[in-house]
Design a protein around this ligand. Sequence first.
Ligand code: XIL
Length: 376
Amino acid sequence: MRSAMTRLALLPFAFAAGAVALAAAPATTLKDAFADHFTVGAALNTQIIVQPEHPARALVKRHFNSVTAANAMKWGPFNPEPGVHVFEHADALVAFAEANGMQVIGHTLFWHQQTPSWVFQDEAGAPISREALLKRMRERVRVVAQRYGTRVHLWDVVNEAIEDDGSPRKSNWYRVLGDDFVPEAFRIAGEELPTSVQLIYNDYSMFQPGRRAAVVKMIHDLRARGLRIDGVGLQGHWGLDFPKLEDAEASIVAFAEAGVRVHITELDVDVLPRSPDMFGADLNKRAQLSPENNPYTAGLPAEMQEKLARRYAEIFALFVKHADKIDRVTFWGVTDGDSWLNGFPVRGRTNHPLLFARANQPKPALDAVLGVAAGR
Ligand code: XIL
């Protein structure tokens, strides 16, 4: 009895001490660790989206407060034939996000990849007119606006319209619409989507001076036409040795100074060898598989794990330094096994670019990233 009383009497102190210890304890999840800085997201492939029992889902719920469909909302998977829409996967992503208090990122309205060729053809298979293409673009935005409205927090309106040197990409969009492609895309998105849905321009290798300057010019041009652009996405398909972080920093600062929010939209760190002409994320570029360019099929050796951890730490230190400009950091995948970098730019490799290994185990890089938030 007495000892029970003693224990009871001590309880308030135990709680108080526990509370103090809890408040001081560093966060163990990504979303909590960076809660004062930016949201942390992941791209989900279709398996994770449709399988409620998928093992990576526990990690997603624990660590992330925003999600992007790796493919499900792109024109091709979403609207493969004229008038035919596959809502199932995108709907499931939105439902999963809502059930778990996460933001949904719309990726992407207009891209030169994963867009069916019928989009650019008339009924006879001839190249489509400008007016007809603009009509199709508007129909696409109308469909997503009607179905998801403000449930999709932001859209990558245009993905990858600029080359490394700052010139416009000579895509099917450009062939039909020329320099009007980007402004017309933002005009349509701004008119059809609710005003609270943010409109983003997204691209890879944003650290390239030519692309940086062209994107800054794009922001000013759009605004001069009275069009809305809220943010710019730096994809962040980076490596252990590229880019120089000063170059990425210069772009983050330049975009913020141009008056938009910065998003890191597709972060991963390639640990496999790449020839310099393969930097970037141009899906048309491919190289041949060889034992030399696929060295870690049996797992990532400890010294490489450390190298990856150090690289992630310096990357997140940069993001924290500019947290006043950055709204979100999204990883392109959850675990190494579901990363697109197992297939790009060489098919069939075993890559290790994310914070979680193939069987969902946290890697030293996770600890390093959490350490940045804790000031370690
Ligand atoms: C990738 C997906 O992850 C793959 O599953 C798909 O086969 C190709 O596209 N830049 C982008 C993303 O904007 O949409 C790409 O996603 C990766 C490069």
